[in-house]
Structures are given as C-alpha cells and as structure tokens.
Design a protein around this ligand. Structure first.
Ligand code: AMP
Ligand code: ZN
Length: 116
C-alpha cells in the first residue's frame, strides 16, 4: 500500500468524488473547495511535483491541460477557469503528488496573487 494520499485515491483505497478519468489522469473534487468549482486533476502515475518531472512526463502533463476546459465546463464553469499547480515549499504544495487545481464557478475567481 502506498503512503501517498493521491496514489491511494487512484488505487480506490480512499474515496473521492471522481469527475473525470482516463488511462493516465484522474480528476476529483477538492475536499475543501475554495470556489464553487474546485477540481484536482492528477496523473495516475506518481509524480511528486513539477520540480521532479522529466520529459517522459510531457504527455501526461499535456493531457491534464488539454482536458481542463471540458472538466471545468462539465462542473459548472463554462466561461473560463484558473489552473494552479503549487510546487514545493515555496509554492506551498501540501500533497506531494503533482496536481492541478482547476478553480472556477459562475463568477470570476478573484485576483491572481496578493501583490507584495
Ligand atoms: P496543495 O496545497 O496544492 O498541495 O493542495 C492540496 C489540496 O488537496 C488541498 O486543496 C486539499 O483541500 C486537497 N485535499 C486533501 N485531501 C484530499 C482528499 N482526500 N480528497 C480531495 N482533496 C483533498
Ligand atoms: Zn502519489
């Protein structure tokens, strides 16, 4: 059994609200949504973060972005969304299995970052 939370979700050992799945990626609802639409899209294969990817991961990373719009539209964000990939300590990544947050909703999601 993996000790990675998102690998355990992929394996079905921990439940998730799945919204999209194919051979390579899985999308499910964030357990603590920050916006009306808040989906996490992950590679099924364990990749720790954008800081550890290699060219072998190019296809699965592309797939996450290529599927983002249809996932957002299906979840109720038809007019755009934001993709966030927190990376490492500085990016304040909490779960060390690469994931793209897709956040949206009927209304604009707000300023990108608070300016310094
Ligand atoms: P990050 O800070 O980018 O690593 O984001 C991790 C995200 O995972 C947070 O938004 C959490 O709410 C979310 N999360 C943690 N555990 C679960 C879970 N079991 N199911 C769904 N989302 C989760
Ligand atoms: Zn993992």
């Amino acid at each position: 059994m993996s000790d990675c939370l998102f690998c355990r979700i992929v394996a079905g050992e921990i439940p998730s609200s799945k919204v999209y799945e194919d051979d390579d990626i899985l999308a499910f609802k964030d357990i603590h949504p920050a916006r009306p639409v808040h989906i996490l899209v992950i590679p099924k294969k364990h990749i720790t973060s954008l800081a550890t990817v290699s060219v072998d991961d190019q296809a699965v990373l592309g797939r996450i972005l290529v599927r983002a719009n249809e996932i957002a539209v299906a979840q109720g964000s038809p007019d755009g969304f934001r993709v966030i990939i927190n990376t490492g300590r500085v990016g304040q990544q909490e779960v060390p299995h690469l994931h793209a947050h897709i956040v949206g909703g009927p209304d604009p999601v707000g300023p990108m970052l608070k300016r310094l």
